[in-house]
Design a protein around this ligand. Structure first.
Ligand SMILES: [Zn+2]
Length: 282
């Protein structure tokens, strides 16, 4: 075979290899290769083992809300107030997270509807610095609540966070009472606050707005907790039970109202909002 034929014959093979990478997704749980189209059509849930993959705000809004929802502008907050630096400068970490996610911060709100019943919905993005709660997340949470009050509709938050944003020190911890006060304002206006916990929701977010819902829903097998399992075990010097800090365990122990498969979330939210909103029930 001449060299030119060898190159020509090799070409389709090379092409196939490059396409393969963009066509397949490896499930992080069962390690099976899943056709990306199948993965996306299945709402980023593994069709083999039912693992719920982590998804960002845009996918979540599209899965839950009717077409035509409006994204609320990300509130601007002072950036890097402590001039914090660890192995990298904090502004560089923010810049990298913005470039990789296309979002301004880790919590994005949209105003829309489910089956024509209006709501404001916030989605925390674990891909943005671990969904960590800093002033930007606190401000977005309050924006979502205020918008829900202005439009007399419920606020639904999808949580996903490693906890407080340590680069903002005490200022990030202040978002815990701040968000709690905002929820009280929503209650005073007689409007429902619904939490959907997704994998993982931990730290200061669990210790504040993620556990204060009128209805607490979680996706299956989501990790939900305050401190990590190893930290607790070494503190209390006891082995913790199997599945500790997973959604199903929390449901069995009264910390959650429902564990709902992603394919049923939209209908479940519509039903729950219907129960809690007189206008929707009418
Ligand atoms: Zn899987």
């Amino acid at each position: 075979m001449s060299w030119i034929n060898r190159v020509r014959n090799a070409l389709p093979f090379t092409k196939k290899e490059t396409t393969a990478e963009t066509l397949w997704h490896q499930c992080p749980s069962c390690k099976e290769m899943v056709f990306i189209k199948e993965w996306e059509e299945n709402l980023s849930v593994c069709p083999r083992c039912d693992h719920h993959g982590r998804i960002g705000p845009s996918d979540r809004f599209e899965q839950i809300l009717d077409a035509g929802f409006i994204l609320l502008p990300t509130p601007s907050v002072p950036e890097d107030p402590l001039k914090f630096r660890d192995s990298k400068r904090y502004p560089d970490r923010i810049k990298a997270a913005r470039a990789s996610t296309g979002d301004q911060d880790a919590l994005i709100n949209a105003r829309g509807a489910i089956d024509d019943v209006p709501l404001v919905m916030g989605v925390q993005n674990f891909a943005f610095m671990g969904g960590s709660m800093g002033m930007g997340v606190g401000a977005a949470f309050i924006q979502g609540i205020n918008d829900a009050i202005a439009h007399k509709c419920p606020y639904v938050i999808f949580t996903a966070a490693g906890g407080a944003r340590m680069q903002e020190g005490i200022l990030s911890l202040m978002q815990m009472p701040r968000s709690t006060v905002a929820i009280r304002k929503l209650h005073a206006a007689g409007l429902p606050y619904i939490v959907v916990l997704t994998d993982p929701t931990t730290g200061g977010v669990t210790a504040s707005y993620a556990m204060l819902g009128d209805i607490q829903i979680s996706e299956p097998n989501a990790l939900i907790g305050f401190a990590g399992q190893r930290v607790i075990e070494s503190t209390i010097r006891e082995k913790l039970p199997e599945g500790f800090q997973r959604a199903e365990y929390l449901l069995d122990h009264g910390m959650l109202d429902m564990v709902v498969h992603r394919s049923e979330l939209r209908d479940t939210l519509a039903r729950v909002i219907g129960y809690l909103t007189p206008r929707a029930a009418a």
